[in-house]
Design a protein around this ligand. Structure first.
Ligand SMILES: Cc1cc2nc3c(=O)[nH]c(=O)nc-3n(C[C@H](O)[C@H](O)[C@H](O)COP(=O)(O)OP(=O)(O)OC[C@H]3O[C@@H](n4cnc5c(N)ncnc54)[C@H](O)[C@@H]3O)c2cc1C
Length: 473
């Protein structure tokens, strides 16, 4: 059992780490948990301990500053720990953990969830071929291990992450065979007014594009990968021009490559919020299903706060500010003073969110993009289920993700549905002609993360097993 505290925070990214600092500054006893060994979350991920020296980047500098602040604060950080269950008894939250195969539990008066996002990869033919990795996932490899994904990589997907990932691959000595993005230049122009709220980030993005152009990296605007070639390893991709609806209709291009980074935006990681009892609402502009949470992270549930990308994809700058606000308000609810900059931070959050929401808009689903997923395409990687198998289940009468899950095992593998449920929901909505808002996510069930079976048997004693008396003859 980890020592009880006033506030337990799940997730040590920009949101959770800043929540912990502001709550501790107010005087609360705070414990911050993360499955990564060091704080920083996705954007400020720490380098592997095996890397002794590396050129600093804006992300590594921000991460190091955050880690220094935490090390010099009263926050108790527990890394390398997975949270798999959340319960509440009266006013006390119980958070169940597993670390190094050992079960643990922490109790607190308030719970702040800052679980971030995960990426959406739209299934396309060949996307499960070894050598294909997620676009956001690639940033983890580049930041933690400083290793390009292959020798020649096609970087494909929506939003700014394609240009960041391609630039980082080149900076680390890799070769980018091409950038393939469904976004058009017009899409980017349409979000430019909102982007101007962060001129520093606009300048950084333009520098990536300028460097890639100077290096003659081909950029295929308004295109998507329609097939990854190669049976046991990637040996190339086919990219096809998209029409205005997002459907592949135009000229095809073959590109040789041994690796592919592929992603179609981010989705809030809401399962922990569901387990904590939060209601979800569908907001495509925030990445999909999001728990109800105010700007300061407070929810309708006493003692529960949700902040950062897990409350809607508004980007790292907004996550950082919302985290600070959530830490302040959670501490204040426990009787500690509210920091004087609380109201000013709320306005700063609105400005930061404006930029983040513009980036999220670049990954909004288009009506024609479902055509990229062909009937034989695998939708559920863990259970090897194709779109045709899912469609057959729908034809048999399955009307919800829960029904698809019971009928086909989609989402019952190692990822627990974190990878396939969004794709299944989008296919269901498209095939039935209904709004994605009508296809809620499956009922959240523990464990949130895979745990060894011994964790569930913890404390179990065979002598405690009730044995019924023999029935009287
Ligand atoms: C894979 C990935 C890579 C990204 N890379 C970039 C990038 O390079 N640049 C950029 O601008 N944006 C990037 N983003 C978006 C970026 O995550 C956010 O805008 C920002 O980091 C959000 O901060 P956050 O604190 O809300 O969440 P995060 O930074 O995602 O932090 C959430 C933390 O919660 C932890 N966590 C979640 N659930 C559990 C659990 N059950 N048990 C233990 N720990 C848990 C995670 O390990 C993580 O450290 C990326 C997103 C993803 C999914």
């Amino acid at each position: 059992m980890i020592d009880p505290c006033d506030i337990v925070i799940l997730g040590a990214g920009p949101a959770g780490a800043n929540a912990s600092l502001s709550a501790a500054r107010a005087g609360a006893r705070v414990t911050l948990l993360d499955e990564q060994t060091q704080p920083g979350g996705q954007i400020w991920r720490a380098k592997s301990a095996a890397i002794i020296k590396a050129q600093p980047t804006p992300e590594s500098d921000a991460g190091n500053t955050l880690r220094d602040c935490l090390a010099n604060s009263a926050v108790t950080f527990v890394g390398d720990v997975r949270v798999w269950q959340i319960e509440r008894t009266g006013d006390i939250w119980q958070v169940y953990t597993v670390a190094d195969g050992q079960p643990g539990k922490i109790e607190a008066k308030a719970l702040i969830l800052a679980t971030g996002a995960r990426e959406y990869v739209q299934p396309i033919p060949g996307w499960t071929t070894p050598g294909v990795i997620g676009l956001a996932g690639a940033t983890a490899l580049l930041k933690h291990d400083m290793t390009p994904p292959g020798v020649a990589t096609v970087v494909a997907g929506t939003g700014p992450l394609v240009f960041f990932t391609a630039s980082e691959i080149r900076r680390l000595g890799g070769h980018v065979a091409a950038i393939v993005t469904p976004n058009t230049r017009r899409d980017w122009l349409s979000v430019m007014p909102a982007m101007l709220s962060r001129p520093d980030l606009v300048r950084r993005g333009l520098a990536w594009i300028a460097n890639l152009t100077l290096a003659r990296v081909p950029v295929l605007w308004g295109h998507a990968i329609t097939r990854v070639e190669g049976a046991r390893a990637v040996n190339g991709v086919v990219a096809t021009k998209l029409d205005a609806s997002g459907a592949p209709k135009g000229k095809k291009r073959e590109i040789a490559a041994d690796s592919v980074c592929l992603g179609n935006g981010l989705i809030p990681a809401v399962e922990a919020a569901q387990l904590a009892g939060a209601d979800l609402r569908y907001h495509p502009e925030l990445g999909g299903w999001v728990p109800g949470a105010m700007t300061d992270g407070s929810t309708k549930i006493k003692g529960l706060y949700i902040c950062g990308d897990g409350a809607g994809i508004r980007g790292a700058a907004a996550a950082e500010i919302q985290g600070k606000l959530a830490g302040m308000v959670a501490a204040n609810q426990l009787g500690f003073d509210l920091a004087p900059d609380f109201e000013a931070l709320k306005s700063a959050h609105a400005r930061a969110a404006r930029f983040g929401l513009a980036m999220t808009a670049l990954s909004l689903q288009k009506p024609g993009d479902q055509a990229l997923t062909t009937p034989e395409t695998i939708l559920c990687r863990c259970e090897s289920l194709s779109l045709a198998r899912i469609t057959a289940e729908i034809a048999k009468g399955a009307e919800s993700i829960n029904a698809i899950k019971s009928g086909t095992r989609a989402g019952m593998g190692a990822c627990g549905g974190k990878f396939c449920h969004t794709a299944v929901a989008r296919m269901m909505a498209a095939s039935q002609g209904v709004d994605p808002a009508d296809i809620p996510p499956p009922t959240a069930r523990p464990p949130l993360r895979p745990v060894p079976a011994s964790v569930f048997a913890e404390g179990f004693d065979y002598d405690d097993l009730p044995i019924s008396k023999p029935a009287p003859l």
